[in-house]
Design a protein around this ligand. Structure first.
Ligand code: BES
Ligand code: MN
Ligand code: ZN
Length: 504
């Protein structure tokens, strides 16, 4: 819950702005400073860079203190290396911004001025550059401080960023900043939820938070209590939740556009507030970060929270399958059989493969919706996906090529690493059960694929469906630039981008 930072677009170049620190970019081997920077100031800085042998390598910086007699509006200038111009993408720009702002904060700046950057490997449109800029600033300065008795030492709070927009349309830039504030705000909201300890955030607390979001934004909410889940035959969610003192819930959110919707999409999130593994108990190390197992549901809630402000013409249903996987006396046992909402029976071989049991009911339920065009689920589903793609990328599965491609393209534009994985139906034999319709685990190899195949059993024929396995990127064990250690808020920016592009 970082202090708010105001980002403002200003006409003209960076020399016209007064702030504690001005950031100025430098490409390696390029004598000109990119973006709107006054000529004489640029000359001055280039000379300083030369005499200090600062070339502009990516991530390097040089701080110059101007003298009062220099008559400049800013007294400190942070030259920031961007590397080769041909390598700069909007995603790298986001990262450089995050790093730059953290450095300015460290240097004690309350206000920072910087030029909008529109050119790198290609020309960035003003609006897109401004979106990336705002995201870099707001995601890069995120901190989770709620549970500290004192704020971390040596930190002043950065409060204001002024953006020299040069010749770019001030309207486009301001509009882009607004968009970036929305996407970054929603992402940071999801991060807060993921970072919150599981003891503070059982299913019933997620219900309270979702109700609060629904009361503040124009979002509808319906909560299914355990009795409702029983009536609806949701044996998966109930089964997973029955070993915990905190009963499970299914939360349904709705966004309805003012105009007639062009499409109806369901977003479904795995919401395990904690995953101990259940009776198939994880190792202590294996459960250290398992408060992150509700990251899918956090992304769904954060996305819905952002939609009314963005007003896309798509109707969106959000489903959050909330449960806590614990090994209490009432817990499901390996060998038990659960009956899911769509009537299929599942033999539980491993109680730690619980996410698919919760999603089975959520997908079955979504499959009953009238006029639903597609369902997209997000889940920290398998360690196997992390083995396949590493900790940075989400795996994307689906039964419809176009939908998967559109999601990958939205992820690319949003700056989130996602990669397609196959749904080899041959591996379906790995989840055949001797005594029930299917079982919940297969063989060790291809675990992300069998999990996805399992889910596909609960998607109605003809419904377009995509599954994002976010087990890798949901929770970082170190900072990757603006992707901070801890909850990442992965999925939020991709979903927002995807939904916005649908109606465009
Ligand atoms: N929540 C875990 C998956 C996970 C692992 C998320 C690492 C984030 C980081 C999931 O419920 C799980 O335990 N999956 C098992 C499935 C196995 C028992 C078939 C796994 O991946 O080991
Ligand atoms: Mn598990
Ligand atoms: Zn899990």
């Amino acid at each position: 819950m970082s202090a708010a930072i105001r980002i403002e677009a200003k006409k003209g170049d960076v020399a016209g702005l007064s702030a504690d620190i001005a950031v100025v970019w430098k490409f390696k081997g390029d004598p000109e400073l990119p973006g709107p920077v006054d000529r004489s100031l640029a000359q001055r800085l280039v000379e300083i860079a030369k005499s200090d042998r600062f070339e502009g390598r990516a991530g390097r910086h040089l701080l110059w203190h101007a003298a009062a007699s220099d008559g400049l509006k800013c007294r400190r200038y942070l030259l920031l290396g961007l590397g080769d111009r041909k390598d700069l993408t909007l995603e790298r720009f986001r990262r450089h911004l995050g790093d730059a702002l953290v450095e300015c904060d460290r240097l004690g700046a309350v206000s920072v001025a910087l030029p909008l950057l529109q050119a790198g490997a290609s020309q960035f449109p003003g609006r897109e550059a401004a979106v990336a800029l705002a995201e870099g600033v707001l995601l890069g300065t995120y901190r989770f401080d709620r549970h500290r008795s004192e704020p971390r030492a040596g930190r002043k709070h950065l409060r204001e960023v002024q953006v020299a927009a040069g010749d770019a349309s001030l309207r486009d830039v301001a509009d882009g900043i607004g968009m970036g504030e929305t996407t970054a705000g929603a992402t940071n909201f999801a991060r807060d939820l993921v970072n919150e300890p599981a003891g503070e955030l059982p299913p019933e607390r997620m219900v309270e938070i979702a109700r609060q979001v629904a009361a503040e934004e124009k979002i509808t909410i319906k909560v299914f209590e355990p009795d409702d889940l029983r009536r609806m035959g949701m044996g998966g969610i109930l089964g997973v939740g029955q070993g915990s003192r905190h009963p499970p819930r299914l939360i349904q959110l709705g966004y309805h556009p003012e105009e007639r919707p062009v499409r109806k999409v369901a977003l479904i999130g795995k919401g395990l507030t904690f995953d101990s593994g259940g009776l198939s108990l994880k190792t202590s190390e294996g459960m250290e970060t398992m408060k992150c197992d509700m990251a899918g549901s956090a992304a769904v809630l954060a996305t819905l929270k952002a939609l009314p402000g963005l007003a896309p013409r798509t109707e969106v249903v959000g489903l959050m399958g909330m449960a806590e996987n614990m090994p209490g006396g009432g817990a499901i046992r390996p060998g038990d059989i659960l009956k899911m909402m769509n009537g299929k029976t599942v033999e539980v071989r491993n109680t730690d493969a619980e996410g698919r049991l919760v999603l089975a009911d959520a997908l079955s339920y979504a499959s009953t919706f009238k006029d639903l065009d597609e369902a997209i689920d997000l889940a920290t589903l398998t360690g196997a996906c992390v083995v396949a793609l590493g900790p940075m990328a989400a795996g994307v599965f689906g039964n419809n090529r176009e939908l998967v491609d559109d999601i990958l393209s939205a992820a690319g534009k949003a700056g989130e690493a996602m990669w397609p994985l196959p749904l080899y139906t041959e591996y379906g034999e790995h989840i055949k059960s001797d005594i029930a319709d299917i079982k919940n685990t297969g063989i060790r190899y291809g675990g992300a694929i069998t999990a996805a195949l399992f889910l596909s059993e609960f998607v109605r024929d003809g419904l377009r469906w995509a599954h994002l396995d976010i087990a890798g990127p949901a929770f970082g064990d170190k900072d990757y630039s603006y992707l901070k250690k801890g909850g990442s808020g992965v999925g939020v920016r991709t979903l927002i981008r995807y939904l916005m592009d649908l109606a465009a």
